[in-house]
Design a protein around this ligand. Structure first.
Ligand SMILES: O=C(O)CCC(=O)C(=O)O
Ligand SMILES: [Fe+2]
Length: 180
């Protein structure tokens, strides 16, 4: 994790551009066989054709906002991965969250590289091994940070963004992916 991948200024500018510029929507997800409104706002963005089946719903990509093209280009230069899509999430307050899951949809391939950029409020991110309960990691993801998950991470581990009782402001998270 690089806590200062974006400067404070760039992180703040990008937060506001995306907060106001993205067509945020409520995504419906399957949980224990039933469909629920997920507790956050989201938008699936990507190249035409980068369709994504996620928790039982097929998402057609929204076009790239200008502000994300330079982020994608920098990730390509630095990580050597040509990301063709990004899931943007807006956590409105501490009640918005994401439960335990892996980003292991088949269209991401067996060992996907996922680049996660955080903006806005700092929130806690948890990572745990599927069968070794002692193998756990807690990270605070500050604005402007970059977290890269790669190799067998999605196969072996799950991650979550828990709710918090603390008063926290809005947070945007961008998980860049490559849909095959
Ligand atoms: O908000 C985060 O940091 C994690 C989001 C996430 O895991 C996902 O979108 O798959
Ligand atoms: Fe995830």
């Amino acid at each position: 994790m690089d806590p200062e991948w974006l400067s404070r200024r760039d992180a703040e500018a990008l937060f506001h551009q995306l907060r106001d510029g993205i067509a945020w929507e409520v995504h419906r997800i399957r949980l224990f066989g039933r469909m629920h409104a997920s507790p956050r706002l989201s938008c699936w963005i990507g190249d035409a054709g980068a369709r994504y089946r996620y928790s039982g719903t097929l998402f057609e990509p929204h076009p790239w906002p200008e502000a994300l093209l330079s982020v994608r280009a920098r990730l390509r230069r630095e990580l050597g991965v040509d990301f063709n899509s990004v899931l943007a999430n807006l956590y409105r307050d501490g009640r918005d969250a994401m439960g335990w899951h892996s980003d292991d949809e088949p269209e991401l391939g067996p060992e996907p590289v996922i680049a996660s950029v955080s903006l806005g409020a700092t929130r806690r991110f948890l990572l745990k091994h599927r069968i070794r309960p002692d193998a756990r990691l807690t990270l605070e993801l500050p604005p402007g940070s970059l977290l890269v998950m790669s190799g067998p991470t999605q196969r072996h581990c799950q991650h979550a963004l828990p709710r918090t009782q603390r008063m926290v402001g809005e947070r945007i998270n961008l998980t860049f992916r490559r849909v095959l």
